[in-house]
Ligand binder design. Structure first.
Ligand code: ZN
Length: 393
């Protein structure tokens, strides 16, 4: 790509980023009454239609107000089919003075969603438009709702993609990674434990069954089981507890929300098994224990495939981005979950790479504009390498 063309993409990405930050797209699943994704999806749809893309707005069943955008362009010459993904929702803005007024200070652009992940969204949109102008292969944009909560957007997009002729060779998830190559991410599972006791007056506590006291023993058991899980790269902890009914009454109920992060390659099925084993041991020691454990949600871990189109593209992208300021260059093992496994589970090899900054989910969120500027050109160049590689295979 010529110097001037690449510079143009830089400027377009920064300009679009500013437009996107200025549109409130707080996730209403996280903040009741928040504005949601409809305005930002409308903005992106209009832009992409003007650039010659076909578009489809998809909504999950029962949530007509939570749109995601599928936009695609098929070139006249053969080539790879690249899916570019970003989420357009953000977390809430409590405590922020001017969350939707993008402010540039040096190499930083401040505002809600700047890093997570409107910088990535701007980058993939500008890259897709350039790929469409070049006209070889096809490019699909999946700009999704609700990543920050329940992943309704990506699940809906993937379900609808199967009904189209689009068969992406790979998916780039442009979540913030400081443009480092993400090689793995941890899965998670949430297990809800309920303990049932028997209420009596606290003056005759021995005649009842104290669910709060049992909850205390359960918390100690989880704490004791934590270190071996952490040593294997996972995490185990209780994040929420509730219990009791009123003063002067022995607690007849208590509950705990258990969170288990799974190491890459570890299935989330371990979460319920481990919790049930802890409860079984408590029951052996104390026959009055009546407990149930229920899996609330589970999302699997993910690893970048060792070979194939996602790896080829990732290698080309990493080579192109080797001089990025603020990039560590080390493979990134994400401790948290992202949506890459949803693409992988639907048969599309995935990779995760995108611009980042600081203050994600906090009051002073910013993105590094040097990374935002370099991202689109790197994608376009890496697609060229992928096309050569697929031709050679
Ligand atoms: Zn994100």
């Amino acid at each position: 790509m010529s110097q001037s063309a690449a510079r143009e993409l830089d400027e377009q990405a920064v300009e679009l980023l500013g437009e996107l930050v200025a549109i409130d797209s707080v996730n209403p699943g996280l903040v009741a009454g928040a504005r949601g994704e409809a305005p930002i999806v409308a903005h992106l749809r209009l832009r992409l239609e003007r650039a010659g893309f076909s578009t489809l707005v998809v909504t999950p069943d029962g949530h007509p107000d939570r749109p995601s955008l599928l936009a695609w362009h098929t070139g006249s010459a053969p080539g790879p089919c690249l899916l570019l993904n970003g989420h357009v929702d953000t977390v809430g803005v409590a405590g922020m003075a001017e969350p939707f007024s993008p402010r540039i200070d040096g190499d930083r652009l401040f505002g809600r969603g700047a890093a997570d992940m409107k910088g990535g969204v701007a980058g993939v949109v500008v890259a897709a438009e350039e790929l469409a102008r070049r006209g070889s292969g096809s490019v699909v944009l999946a700009l999704v709702a609700d990543e920050e909560d329940r992943s309704l957007g990506t699940e809906t997009v993937l379900a609808r993609l199967g009904a189209t002729d689009l068969r992406p060779d790979l998916a780039l998830v442009a979540e913030p990674s400081h443009l480092d190559l993400t090689v793995s991410l941890r899965g998670f599972a949430v297990v809800e434990v309920e303990l049932a006791g028997r209420a009596v007056h606290t003056s005759q506590a021995d005649e009842g069954v104290d669910a709060v006291a049992q909850l205390g023993r359960f918390l100690a058991a989880v704490a004791a089981a934590r270190e071996p899980v952490r040593a294997r790269g996972g995490e185990l902890l209780v994040s929420v507890v509730r219990g009791g009914r009123a003063p002067f009454t022995v607690a007849d109920r208590a509950s705990a929300t258990v969170e288990r992060r799974t190491a890459p390659g570890e299935a989330t099925g371990v979460a319920l098994d481990e919790v049930e084993a802890l409860l079984a041991r408590m029951r052996e020691e104390d026959p009055t224990v009546t407990a149930t454990a229920r899996l609330v949600v589970a999302r699997e871990s993910w690893q970048l495939q060792p070979a194939g189109p996602a790896r080829t593209f990732a290698t080309a992208l990493a080579a192109r981005l080797s001089t990025v300021p603020g990039r560590t260059g080390a493979p990134f093992e994400a401790p948290y979950w992202m949506e890459a496994p949803l693409f992988e589970e639907s048969g599309i090899p995935a990779l995760v790479c995108g611009p980042s900054g600081g203050g994600l989910h906090s009051v002073d969120e910013w993105v590094d504009l040097r990374q935002v500027r370099l991202f689109p050109e790197a994608i376009v160049t890496a697609v060229g390498s992928l096309a050569e590689r697929l031709d050679a295979d």
